[in-house]
Design a protein around this ligand. Structure first.
Ligand SMILES: NC(=O)c1ccc[n+]([C@@H]2O[C@H](COP(=O)([O-])OP(=O)(O)OC[C@H]3O[C@@H](n4cnc5c(N)ncnc54)[C@H](O)[C@@H]3O)[C@@H](O)[C@H]2O)c1
Ligand SMILES: O=C(O)CC[C@H](O)C(=O)O
Length: 331
């Protein structure tokens, strides 16, 4: 059997973690024959709740789980970890603005970056889920300078899954028939869900999504808005932020990072190297291909004027967020 993989989940007493831990524990992410040590981090007042989660994980009696550590100490939680799901952060509730989240959450990622820098494996693969996910990811990486920047990513897979599901429903096909939908930019309402390069297979015939939908007005308006506003719509309906779908997307993201993407691409927030004219250093969602546990940005896609404007608008929001976060961390 393979060596035990150490996986940390932060915000482990919260609602996303409740779904995420079960999927990770039963092998959906790292494989059905990969033994795991689960490190669960939350804050001190949540230790009793976290203890309940540990009891439930034990009671699942999953053979892959060799050890569980529950802690409120980041230095314990990040020690020698191979993979990190950074979920621990306040979610937005109805009536709250994104800016309120930035203030509340960004310092968590500064402190956790500093701890990771000292004790995590230098090969650790990190997905940031806690919002504002892109900017938190930048801050985490900044404060963990001994870990390569390529090891820090943030989650826009939920947006990709949402976009894919909208197109599949519109065309009356199953979700896996739709591929290569792209999410550009921020995991926020300025994100640009782009289907110009996406394809769909209908009754054995593969064609581009715009060709299949035959309704550019829908694709350029209602479709984009629905995906951009989906998180807010879930909050309005549930009075709670999305959790089951967020956990599923986090699993998809990390599984693809470990296993690879094959011929298709997926979207993830990665630290920009300036590709597609985006400011270097922003954590911007791009289409990526993954092989041997390393991602590369898909290059040379043709960008229309319409797309360019949307890509720049979400980059401008990310620039503002990053500047505000850096000021907050230095205050
Ligand atoms: N990127 C995405 O697509 C996406 C999707 C859904 C939700 N989110 C975000 O994920 C985050 C978590 O959402 P949730 O619904 O699970 O929230 P939740 O409130 O149910 O759980 C968050 C948990 O994080 C813990 N926490 C707070 N500060 C911490 C710290 N310093 N260290 C460790 N743990 C800490 C809390 O105690 C709580 O248990 C939110 O910021 C939410 O907005 C992101
Ligand atoms: O706070 C929001 O508007 C979104 C919450 C979460 O990130 C989601 O996409 O479901």
């Amino acid at each position: 059997m393979a060596e035990t993989l150490k996986v940390v989940v932060t915000g482990a007493a919260g609602q996303i973690a409740y779904s995420l831990l079960f999927s990770v524990a039963k092998g959906d992410v790292f494989g059905k024959d990969q033994p795991l040590e689960l490190l669960l981090l939350d804050i001190t007042p949540m230790m009793e709740v976290l203890n309940g989660v540990v009891m439930e994980l034990m009671d699942c009696a999953i053979p892959l789980v060799k050890n569980i550590v529950a802690t409120d100490d980041p230095m314990v939680a990040f020690k020698d970890v191979d993979a990190a799901f950074m979920v621990g952060a306040m979610p937005r509730r109805e009536g709250m603005e994104r800016k309120d989240l930035l203030k509340a959450n960004v310092k968590i990622f500064k402190a956790q970056g500093q701890a990771m820098d000292q004790v995590a494996k230098k090969t650790v693969k990190v997905i940031v889920v806690g919002n504002p996910a892109n900017t938190n990811g930048c801050i985490l990486s900044k404060y963990a300078p001994s870990i390569p920047k390529a090891n820090f990513t943030c989650m826009t897979r939920l947006d990709q899954n949402r976009a894919q599901a909208q197109i599949a429903a519109k065309l009356g096909v199953s979700n896996e028939q739709v591929s290569n939908v792209i999410i550009w930019g921020n995991h926020s309402s300025t994100q640009f869900p782009d289907v110009a390069h996406a394809s769909v297979t209908i009754q054995g015939k593969t064609m581009s999504v715009p060709e299949a939908i035959k309704d550019d007005s829908y694709l350029n308006n209602e479709f984009i808005k629905t995906v951009q506003q989906r998180g807010a719509a879930v909050i309005k309906a549930r009075k709670l932020s999305s959790a089951m779908s967020a956990a599923k997307a986090a699993c998809d993201h990390m599984r693809d990072w470990f296993v690879g993407t094959g011929k298709n691409w997926v979207s993830m927030g990665v630290i920009s190297d300036g590709s597609y004219g985006i400011r270097e250093g922003l954590m911007y969602s791009y289409p990526v291909k993954i092989q041997d546990k390393a991602w590369t940005i898909v290059q040379d896609l043709k960008i229309s004027q319409f797309a360019r404007e949307k890509m720049d608008a979400t980059a401008a929001e990310l620039s503002e967020e990053l500047d505000a976060a850096l000021a907050e961390c230095e205050a």
